[in-house]
Design a binder for this molecule. Sequence first.
Ligand code: ZN
Length: 257
Amino acid sequence: MSRFWIVNIAFVVLLIALYLLDVQYGLSVVWYIVLIVALVALHTAGSIILSLQFFIPTRCKGESANAIAITFDDGPIAGMTDKILAILKEHNVKASFFCIGHRVAREPMLAKRLHEEGHLLGNHTYWHKATFDLQSGNTIAKELADTDNAIVKAVGVKPKFFRPPYGVTNPMVASGIKRGGKYTVIGWSVRSFDTVIKDRAKLFQRVTRSLKGGDIVLFHDYSESTLDILSDFLNHVSKLGLKVVRVDELLNEKAYV
Ligand SMILES: [Zn+2]
């Protein structure tokens, strides 16, 4: 049973208990308000903090003491992803790319190159719209299938890993993931915020300040600042004695169906 349902059942039990106490002793309405506010706060936190695993089991870090995984979301993007690939090749590092379906369909050769150079491809929805999580479970399942199909067409492998846009989940996303097949939901333990942090030094500090074995680091293909620090970041990781591996190796999970 998901934490979402455990919280909802606990809410109903507490509500009944509160009502019985109210009938017996007469309670202030404030107690009901506190209970409802707590429920709304838990649902909100559960929706936006993927690592709480509120709606669906999620892998956010590995057990390894000496390896990390780096992930790039929202590609492939010509002019950006290829520059990332060149840096990764220079450092002999394999990464994991959570791809947007329509971008794979537009850049099939770049997606193919990702695969051929030993990187992992995961599903990151077809359109990556801000309203993705407001769709029905069926529509979400179809969007995930469309992304799988675009990746199969370009690369010949069907992803098992799915990362929700913005890390937002809710009952519809959970339903879409379950209907769509046996996806492993992948989160992160180090969020770079490279889409908003433009300062190179600040970004480097953010992603290195507490980096340790088992971490999954989130970057984006389209971030110029990530491109700027990537080489220094990989040198730093190496100096810490950490190895960069793909998410499937870090989590000991199958990447493809
Ligand atoms: Zn994204």
